[in-house]
Design a protein around this ligand. Structure first.
Ligand SMILES: [Zn+2]
Ligand SMILES: [Zn+2]
Length: 166
């Protein structure tokens, strides 16, 4: 976990008058160990594998704390579940491309897009604070090769696949 995340959270916890708890720290370590998006269930699974004994309630409480501290964001990937994104401190304006075949999520940033948002927002008389675009796309690998290793991996892992709507 980066020192900046730790510091931001410690400040937030102090301001709220909360105590540090070893369990919460363990949950944080796991969340920020990767920049992968996750659902609460996926997080619980990661915690179980790591041998962390945190209850569902503790996990949900920690998630809302992190949301409030602006350390994670809720994103909607089109599968009807709440997904959390731990990767926006460094990249607050990143966007998501979601493959509707295999569910793979690709993050991207684009300065043209940011500029366009800026112009558009000002034209409407506002100031942009945050922007996130979601593109739903079909899998290049599936189209060209007839199979997609991401899809196979997703099925093996029992990952939820997106509802295909075309
Ligand atoms: Zn993201
Ligand atoms: Zn795909």
């Amino acid at each position: 976990m980066e020192a900046a995340i730790r510091e931001r959270l410690d400040n937030f916890i102090r301001r709220k008058g909360l105590r540090q708890t070893p369990q919460r720290d363990e949950i944080l370590e796991i969340i920020f160990a990767s920049d992968e998006h996750f659902t609460p269930d996926q997080l619980l699974e990661r915690l179980r594998i790591a041998g962390t004994k945190a209850s569902r309630a503790t996990v949900y409480r920690t998630l809302s704390l992190l949301l409030e501290a602006d350390l994670i964001h809720e994103i909607e990937l089109g599968d009807g579940q709440t997904t959390y994104d731990p990767n926006f401190i460094d990249h607050p304006n990143h966007n998501h491309l979601v493959c509707i075949d295999c569910g793979k999520v690709v993050e991207f940033e684009d300065s043209h897009l940011d500029l366009q948002t800026e112009c558009l927002t000002r034209r409407l008389g506002y100031r942009a604070v945050r922007q996130s675009l979601r593109i739903e796309a079909t899998c290049e690998r599936l189209r060209q090769g007839g199979s997609c290793s991401d899809l196979i991996a997703a099925r093996v892992k029992g990952k939820r696949l997106p509802n295909r709507k075309k």
